[in-house]
Write a protein that binds this ligand. Structure first.
Ligand code: NAD
Ligand code: TYD
Length: 341
């Protein structure tokens, strides 16, 4: 029997990159195609080991480029699509929303058309809990799959739009789909513009860590390996047309996260600098993962074990993140924050 063909969009980014590695190792009888445009967030150095494997393939392409995507899908006849590619950083969406609409909305629509044209077996759309908007600080409230979508940032609005398109292609054309909505991920190869890798890299360099507002906003942290196993499960077992939330009940305030990293690295809390709050800053995210747990998912990390593993990884892989923060990232940082040292 021919190998199954799985195309993973955004496989040079943080979560897609971890997922591609997970799939290539776990399924030697699947051909895994990493389709990525290699924007500022994409990097292939992380896949040097994978490139030696016969079941790994890389295609450089822009998901919003119909003239490339349609013939590619017609030629390759992929069985499964797992769609991660996106503009993913809220702060960048506040400064420059347009690219978020092009990539996240138009790009998703092009992929849906391509998947429909070759009748794929499953299209898994990786979305975010941010489409639900924000929760207040009542710790007994959670996002469920039935929570209405009320996105607050240009990023989450673009993701919600893509979720609606995925739903519409299922309802209108019968495309077999699942949508996953996960909480904040962290772990190896996380791009250092996001809170956890930004804090680890700056603390290691004895540089100030910018904390927005009073630092009391809450995020629900999910280790990227647990996210990969969730998507694997949904790809193979998810009921057609269903949405699954992914999260492991690991709520922390931003200040708790930053202080944990500083303590683990035995540095001083004087490195914390409170800066002007993010516009439209969502107060709290928290996931109810009951539906996915009923499908058989169980996370392997809690926040304590996950953050320890992640800090160790950043200590052991300095060359990976140092090459990023020395490049165009430096200009981004200087524009985004008015702190330096
Ligand atoms: P990332 O920014 O690290 O990676 C995005 C990848 O997509 C990069 O490799 C980039 O080159 C690629 N890409 C961007 N535009 C493209 C285009 N037009 N064509 C082809 N490739 C393109 O993102 P991430 O953090 O790995 O997030 C992956 C997905 O998970 C996104 O859809 C995001 O919305 C979702 N998500 C992320 C988080 C999180 O905490 N990081 C949480 C919830 C949901
Ligand atoms: P981030 O990692 O950007 O993820 P998201 O916005 O998708 O949740 O931010 C996580 C939290 O950390 C969020 O509440 C904003 C806050 N934050 C800071 O306080 N300082 C920073 O420099 C960054 C990037 C984020």
């Amino acid at each position: 029997m021919a190998n199954k063909k799985v195309v993973v969009t955004g496989g040079a980014g943080f979560i897609g990159g971890n997922y591609v590695q997970y799939m290539v190792d776990k399924y030697p009888n699947y051909d895994i195609y990493n389709l990525d445009e290699l924007t500022y967030a994409g990097d292939l150095t992380k896949h040097q080991e994978l490139e030696k494997k016969e079941n790994y393939h890389f295609v450089k392409a822009d998901i919003a480029d119909r003239d490339t995507i349609m013939p590619l899908f017609e030629n390759e006849k992929f069985d499964y699509v797992v769609h991660f590619a996106a503009e993913s950083h809220v702060d960048r969406s506040i400064t420059d929303p347009e690219i978020f609409i092009r990539t996240n909305v138009l790009g998703t629509q092009v992929l849906l058309d391509a998947a429909k044209a070759i009748t794929v077996k499953k299209f898994v759309h990786v979305s975010t809990d941010e489409v639900y908007g924000e929760l207040d600080f009542d710790p007994t409230t959670f996002f469920t799959e039935d929570t209405p979508l009320q996105p607050n940032s240009p990023y989450s609005a673009s993701k919600a739009s893509s979720d609606f398109l995925v739903r519409a292609y299922h309802e209108t054309y019968g495309l077999p789909v699942n949508i996953t909505r996960c909480s904040n991920n962290y772990g190896p190869y996380h791009f250092p513009e996001k809170l956890i890798p930004l804090t680890i890299s700056r603390v290691l360099n004895d540089e100030k860590v910018p904390v927005y507002g009073d630092g009391k906003n809450i995020r629900d942290w999910l280790h990227v390996q647990d996210h990969c196993s969730a998507i694997d499960l949904v790809l193979h077992e998810g009921a057609n047309g269903e949405v699954y939330n992914v999260g492991g009940h690991n709520e922390r305030t931003n200040l708790e996260v930053v202080k944990t990293i500083i303590k683990t690295l035995e540095k001083s809390e004087d490195l914390i600098e409170f800066v002007t709050d993010r516009l439209g800053h969502d107060k709290r995210y928290a996931i109810d993962p009951t539906k996915l747990e009923k499908l058989g998912w169980k996370p392997t990390y809690n926040f304590e074990t996950g953050i320890a593993q992640t800090i160790d990884w950043y200590l052991e892989n300095k060359s990976w993140w140092e090459q990023i923060i020395s490049g165009e990232y430096k200009d981004y940082f200087d524009k985004q924050y008015s702190i330096n040292g």
